[in-house]
Design a protein around this ligand. Structure first.
Ligand SMILES: C[S@@+](CC[C@H](N)C(=O)[O-])C[C@H]1O[C@@H](n2cnc3c(N)ncnc32)[C@H](O)[C@@H]1O
Length: 331
């Protein structure tokens, strides 16, 4: 026997370590039944997947916690920011063996802003000044448009600029907890101060035509009772008052932690804020804490008006003003 030749199990382990992280749960589970070596590798991938939904893209891991059934995690491709996909194909992403550490562009001292009084003057940004004089106050733009404006690639300031609150990824400690009636839900894993940036709603930016096509597909799958979709539609009313920009983000297959935020009829504890960034054509949809949130509390927001969809599915938000029906606008 050639002494330099690695035993078959070693070769199998090496090959499997490259291939198995790309497999969706059903395939991973069936391949794990074939032999002990593959079973061990599949198990370690399952542990990695359930220990961090963000797959090392965010500052802290976001674990899946399930004490109600046997789903170890939800399977999707992680993106920390919104992406434009021109076709309806998604790309494979390994999950379990690679890490993607992200830079920390935001100083720890600036983790929040008051959503209700968004005066940004305190966030001194050099690009807003000429010879030390403030030439344009960002909060005047806020008042005009009802948006938050942040510095970006169109500004002269760098990534350390403090007017980039929502651009450093997720800084709050979060966890994804399974419940019997609502499936997975995003929870705070530490105290979150009112006004603090929580996360962006990241996913695939779609045309309205594609959003409608996917929504009807997801609705058909949902009627089987096993599929949850995560298409968010936000409308930005342009300053003229005569036009409205419609933003469709689908986080069902490609998204971030925000895809686990459930609906609450009382408006929940998160505010949805459109953030425009200098140098970027399209706004981003971001969530800020609308009040102080305690550790372990579920994070929720209002998906919309349930009255728009009287035949919608049952709502289990549990709030005192629950309408009993999940809102779902006709996309
Ligand atoms: C964006 S996903 C939220 C994460 C989802 N719970 C999961 O397990 O992936 C939206 C879906 O969650 C479920 N959901 C969200 N809020 C709910 C509520 N208040 N009552 C019942 N189901 C809810 C619905 O199935 C909805 O289509």
């Amino acid at each position: 026997m050639n002494k330099n030749k690695k035993p078959f199990t070693d070769q199998l382990s090496i090959a499997a370590a490259y291939i198995l992280p790309y497999l969706p749960p059903a395939e991973l589970s069936s391949i794990s039944l074939t032999c002990k070596t593959l079973n061990l590798i599949a198990k370690s991938i399952t542990v990695t997947r359930s220990s961090d939904a963000s797959r090392n893209f965010e500052k802290h891991p976001t674990p899946f916690i399930n004490n109600v059934d046997n789903h170890p995690y939800a399977y999707f491709t992680y993106t920390p920011t919104q992406i434009i996909i021109s076709t309806n194909a998604s790309f494979p992403q390994p999950w379990g063996s690679f890490s993607h550490p992200r830079p920390d562009p935001r100083p720890d001292t600036v983790g929040y802003l008051k959503v209700e009084d968004v005066c940004r003057c305190e966030y001194e940004c050099e690009c807003e000044r000429v010879d030390g004089d403030l030439i344009m106050c960002p909060c005047s733009k806020q008042k005009l448009s009802g948006l938050i404006w942040e510095c970006g690639s169109g500004c002269n300031c760098g990534s350390k600029c403090r007017n980039r609150v929502s651009q450093g990824g997720v800084f709050v400690r979060l966890k994804i907890v399974r419940s019997v009636r609502k499936g997975w839900g995003l929870h705070a894993d530490e105290f979150v101060k009112c006004g603090e940036f929580v996360c962006e709603y990241a996913g695939e930016l779609l045309t309205t035509k594609e959003a409608r096509r996917r929504q009807s597909l997801y609705d058909k799958l949902a009627s089987s009772g096993k599929h949850t979709s995560a298409i968010l539609v936000v409308r930005e009313h342009l300053p003229s008052g005569n036009a409205c920009l419609r933003i469709n983000i689908d986080a069902t297959k490609i998204g971030n932690v925000a895809r686990f935020i459930n609906h609450s009829c009382d408006g929940g504890n998160l505010s949805t804020v459109l953030v425009r960034t200098s140098g970027a054509l399209l706004p981003r949809v971001c969530f800020f804490a609308s009040r102080d949130i305690l550790k372990d509390e579920e994070l929720t927001f209002s998906y919309g008006d349930a009255g728009l969809n009287p035949t919608g599915s049952k709502c289990f938000c549990g709030s005192s003003c629950c309408s009993g029906i999940m809102p779902s606008e006709h996309t």
